[in-house]
Design a protein around this ligand. Sequence first.
Ligand code: ADE
Length: 249
Amino acid sequence: MRIDVLSLFPEFFAASAEVGVVGRAIRQGLLQLHCHTPRDYTRDRHRRVDDRTFGGGPGMVMQVEPLREALTQVRAMAPEPALSIYLSPQGERLTQARVRQLAELPRLLLLCGRYEGVDERLVEHEIDLELSIGDYVLSGGELAAAVLIDAVGRLQEGALNRSESAAQDSFEDGLLDCPHYSRPEQDDYGAVPQVLMSGDHVAIERWRRKQALGRTWLRRPDLLARKSLTARERALLEEFRREWLAEQQ
Ligand code: ADE
């Protein structure tokens, strides 16, 4: 996959491109990341890309012309068709389901806004998808773009090794992940749940499923409401609820 980013702060992405799973995916050639600044595409002598907002009020707006020129030229840098995404708090809320879908595409073109955002005409004519990473306001789209790059990058074929497998991630099946433990078995903070030390893989899988269901019920009932549970899952959740309620006494 190739990802092009259009940002007033292209240097922002240097760390994302070097560290962790995504850094490794880039070094392995599974992901290409190219960052560009719209300032390179403006005809303005002072390389300005923003102007005052029509109608009055505070804040500046990123203008159509340099962004249109930048998008056109960046698109032409590679033959693959690119899905253009504008990161903004007005966008559709990003989910793992959307991440999985985007991870399959050959190319993404991410536009990061600053100030009050970009001229709406540019969004209407050039942007395929507007995405938000949550109901809060960042000072620009760069952090949101970095989030998207990470989420999509780690799903590239071969990016994760076996121990990092994505199959058990939170949200992959609409549930939160179960708790995880490592050595030592005994600590001042307590003991590791006994079943995890049993070597009984069926019992361990059952425990993990039950914990995932229970945590989702406790922390994200909205996720659970959207998921249809099997009879086995309903029974596991009921067992979790009963035990949890008994503990609250
Ligand atoms: N830009 C500013 N806030 C944002 C958010 N919550 N998501 C995506 N892009 C943004």
